[in-house]
Design a protein around this ligand. Structure first.
Ligand SMILES: Cc1cc2nc3c(=O)[nH]c(=O)nc-3n(C[C@H](O)[C@H](O)[C@H](O)COP(=O)(O)OP(=O)(O)OC[C@H]3O[C@@H](n4cnc5c(N)ncnc54)[C@H](O)[C@@H]3O)c2cc1C
Ligand code: SF4
Length: 570
């Protein structure tokens, strides 16, 4: 007679489990399946298939009920996600609405999430700079947080590995502060951007204005065509999902690639509740999942587990994975789980005008823009705050459209805007210092709709951030003035942490198990078959956008994990 219990366990047992199908989970799935592992990807949200599940991608704004805008009622119902610049009628279906998944704001925190296959990879702005030696050496040199257990040279080959597959546009600028990568041709400058870049280069030895590096295919290579992806068409409505696969998303790239191996099982509507720890075996054996449709709890088993639920949800899953051995969360002997969370300081901006180049304008759109890599406190400490900031920059020709008249007159007016002068603008992207007091924890009383404790978030700016805002404004004012820009206007919008959407830490890497959660392979010090390779694992935040670094860490950790499995160490 068949042994149904054994058969049932077999049917739910895989070589590897990946929690989350966003940017980092998609990479884990690709790498694990390519290496031959039967891999189960558990995703709490619905399935989103490339192209067919992008309902607004081919619509013109006048074909949408509200012309691409969101009605006031939706904005009022969503005071948190409504602040995100990419939340609009064409993309709202990919964002978590405020009421759907509550959390506790011990301090104001705008938590922007995308719960679906692909996660936030459908929504991101695709900026992809490598982190440099100055970022990985930062905490040790400047004496904050803990030392990174790796250096730039450890991760450099893995950056190359992921860049080639994802498709990154950029220029080889030869800067220490922003290592070059495997680039597709760069996007074009406009004349005022080029002028500002030249002005800055002529006046400062250590400051540079370069073309941004972004996950767009400007010239498809065979590896992109094999993925079914094509050249970016510069429509700049990427957050609706791109039918060309012109930008990198899990949906267009890693998930279908993993599926082609025949080794992938993708299970949407699967909310991971916790990781199962087997006290006798001294390792994790699987995960508990709540099926979002039936609300039933199911278990799945595997030899290794990758946690890629996005930084704060990864903290939540580990905090909720308690056992006799780990009463305070999986692998949390050090007590640092949930602590030392950091983010990017995007509070400040500057805008101005330029009177030159009135005989030139721009034509068309560009899904990217110039970038100013960090220049403060790089080679030595120069200011009374720690670390530094990068900045975005762009220039655009201002115009005025006369909306008077009716019929043919109105059409003619709309079709012939009057050109004004040039506008220029920049926003800061500052590193924040990870601190014990910036933490997340499980709320003792409140539960989410699945009976899982809600996440309590307690994260704030500090004096270092205020000083950095002031310095950014002073330095940019100096650079703008030197370039002849006028009517300079400064902004500090005091936005809440979270709106940068670069939250990191809580499960940090480090050399010492007493002060960190993960070793240099993103492996829990105290539960070796569990790997965390999303933003939760970051020891410090750098000033660069983080997702390319999550991709590289994920590919590196999978390579290590599979080698360890082969040696039967896991
Ligand atoms: C508008 C916007 C612009 C951005 N711009 C940039 C940029 O220019 N450059 C950059 O580097 N980054 C950018 N980001 C951030 C970037 O999107 C994230 O860093 C990246 O997506 C993180 O990858 P991830 O795999 O950790 O998480 P996600 O991509 O968020 O994926 C996590 C997945 O895990 C799932 N999940 C969560 N909890 C569970 C659970 N309990 N069980 C099962 N599944 C679960 C989620 O549903 C989700 O699908 C931007 C984000 C947004 C929204
Ligand atoms: S700009 Fe490029 S990547 Fe974005 S939607 Fe258009 S084609 Fe796709």
């Amino acid at each position: 007679m068949a042994n149904f219990a054994i058969d049932a366990v077999k049917a739910t047992t895989y070589d590897a489990i990946v929690i989350g199908s966003g940017i980092s989970g998609g990479w884990a799935a690709k790498e694990l399946t390519e290496k031959g592992l039967r891999t189960l990807v558990l995703e709490r949200g619905r399935d989103v298939k490339h192209v067919v599940d992008y309902p607004t991608t081919m619509l013109n704004s006048w074909e949408m009920e509200h012309r691409g805008q969101l009605p006031l009622s939706v904005r009022q119902e969503n005071p948190i996600v409504g602040k995100c610049y990419a939340f609009n009628e064409g993309s709202a279906h990919f964002f978590v609405k405020d009421a759907e998944h509550p959390y506790v704001q011990e301090k104001p925190f705008d938590w922007i999430r995308g719960y679906q296959v692909g996660g936030k990879s459908l929504l991101w702005a695709r900026q992809t700079q490598r982190w440099s030696q100055f970022d990985f050496e930062g905490p040790a040199r400047d004496g904050f947080a803990v030392e990174w257990p790796i250096s730039y040279s450890d991760i450099a080959p893995w950056y190359s590995h992921v860049e080639k597959f994802a498709g990154i546009t950029g220029n080889k600028d030869g800067l220490d502060t922003l290592p070059d990568g495997e680039f597709l041709p760069p996007h074009e400058w406009n004349c005022v951007e080029k002028y500002f870049s030249q002005q800055v280069a002529s006046k400062y030895k250590d400051r540079h204005v370069i073309m941004g590096r972004a996950a767009h295919i400007t010239k498809p290579q065979p590896i992109h065509l094999q993925q079914g992806r094509a050249q970016c068409q510069h429509r700049t409505i990427c957050e609706r999902g791109c039918p060309f696969g012109g930008y990198f998303s899990s949906n267009a790239s890693t998930i279908p690639w993993a599926a082609k191996t025949g080794k992938l099982t993708l299970r949407p509507q699967s909310v991971v509740h916790s990781i199962i720890y087997d006290e006798k075996k001294g390792k994790a054996t699987g995960v508990r999942v709540i099926d979002a449709t039936t609300k039933q709890m199911i278990e799945f088993y595997a030899r290794i587990i990758f946690v890629n639920a996005a930084a704060l949800n990864t903290n939540l899953v580990l905090l909720n994975s308690t056992s006799n051995r780990f009463p305070n969360g999986l692998g949390n002997d050090s007590g640092v789980l949930g602590k030392y969370v950091a983010f990017h300081n995007y509070r400040a901006g500057i805008s101005a005008e330029y009177d030159g180049f009135l005989d030139s304008t721009t034509e068309g759109r560009r899904p990217n823009g110039p970038y100013i890599p960090r220049f403060r406190n790089v080679y030595k400490q120069e200011t009374d705050f720690l670390r530094g900031y990068a900045a975005g920059f762009s220039a655009y020709r201002m115009s005025h459209t006369n909306q008077d008249g009716f019929g043919a007159d109105l059409k003619a007016n709309l079709a012939n805007p009057t050109l004004g002068g040039w506008g220029v603008g920049s926003h800061m992207m500052g590193e924040t210092i990870p601190k014990e007091t910036n933490y997340v924890a499980l709320d003792k009383d409140l539960k989410d709709p699945f009976g899982i404790p809600q996440l309590k978030i307690s994260i704030d700016y500090d004096e270092n951030d205020d000083k950095m805002v002031k310095d950014y404004q002073e330095q940019m004012t100096e650079m703008f003035t030197a370039a002849g820009f006028t009517n300079i206007r400064l902004r500090d919008d005091h936005r809440n942490p979270g709106l940068d959407i670069h939250e990191m830490g809580g499960v940090r890497m480090g050399k010492d198990p007493k002060t960190s959660m993960l070793n240099k392979w993103n492996q829990l010090h105290h539960c070796k078959n569990v790997f965390v390779t999303d933003g939760a694992s970051m020891t410090s935040t750098s000033t660069q956008n983080p997702s390319l670094t999550y991709m590289a860490f994920t590919a590196r950790a999978v390579d290590y994990a599979v080698k360890e499995m082969k040696k039967t160490n896991l």
